[in-house]
Design a binder for this molecule. Structure first.
Ligand code: CA
Length: 223
């Protein structure tokens, strides 16, 4: 039986215009009333996740920066350091290899960028030398510490609520969601998901984005 649902935000709760699905928000509220724990994990920053948690009405902790930071009970928890991502970002920005995005001013454990003077593979190779990783969320690239991914967020939730993997359903649409697609969790994608993620999913929703989320939340007992 599914007890916890961990959702990606961009491309899953939101559509191609980045508008949040009202149907998904209503389905989340209803599922929570029925006792399901709902959490969010995004590459976005704490202030955005703070707003989503409050305005959507999510009770569980929510995760920013691909699992690097968590917001719960009016407190921000960081699990990784900003030192190495910031240092490498500053150097590569100085060399004209990449450009930062607006939300970097709110980041605590990672940096986000758009490749400019270098191809993504070159930036990834530089990152690897510093024990860092890069990931494309489909909206921007992220420079992260090793082990900083949505799988880390999943483990935190599993531990917090003392759950088994098969009591957790995860849903996301792109490559940076793959780390939370662990062996025994129920892995679901909306119909708009990247093909590589569909290939490792247990279930592909009929509908896209937030409509897909609503479809899955309304049929949780079938998973
Ligand atoms: Ca996404």
């Amino acid at each position: 039986m599914i007890k916890l649902v961990l959702l990606d935000v961009d491309g899953t709760l939101t559509d191609t215009r980045r508008l949040i699905s009202v149907r998904a928000v209503e389905a989340i509220r209803k599922a929570q009333k029925e006792g399901i724990i709902i959490s969010l994990a995004s590459g976005n920053v704490v202030p955005v996740m703070y707003g989503l948690k409050i305005f959507v009405g999510i009770s569980a902790p929510v995760f920013a920066e691909n699992g690097g930071a968590m917001f719960q009970n009016d407190e921000i928890f960081t699990f990784f350091s900003m030192d190495k991502p910031k240092k490498l970002f500053d150097r590569m920005e100085g060399e004209g290899k990449l450009k930062g995005i607006l939300s970097n001013r709110w980041r605590l454990t990672s940096m986000a960028y758009v490749p400019t003077g270098a191809v993504p593979e070159q930036i990834a190779a530089e990152a690897q030398k510093k024990d860092l990783v890069t990931v494309d969320s489909g909206y921007s690239w992220h420079l992260l510490n090793k082990g900083q991914d949505k799988g880390f967020a999943l483990e935190k939730l599993k531990e917090t609520y003392s759950l088994d993997y098969d009591e957790i359903l995860v849903m996301g649409d792109s490559y940076n969601d793959a780390p939370m697609f662990k062996k025994d969790v129920v892995k679901v994608v909306p119909s708009n998901a990247e093909e590589s993620l569909k290939a490792i999913a247990d279930h592909v929703a009929k509908e896209s984005n937030g409509d897909g989320v609503a479809e899955v939340l309304q049929n949780l007992q079938s998973f």
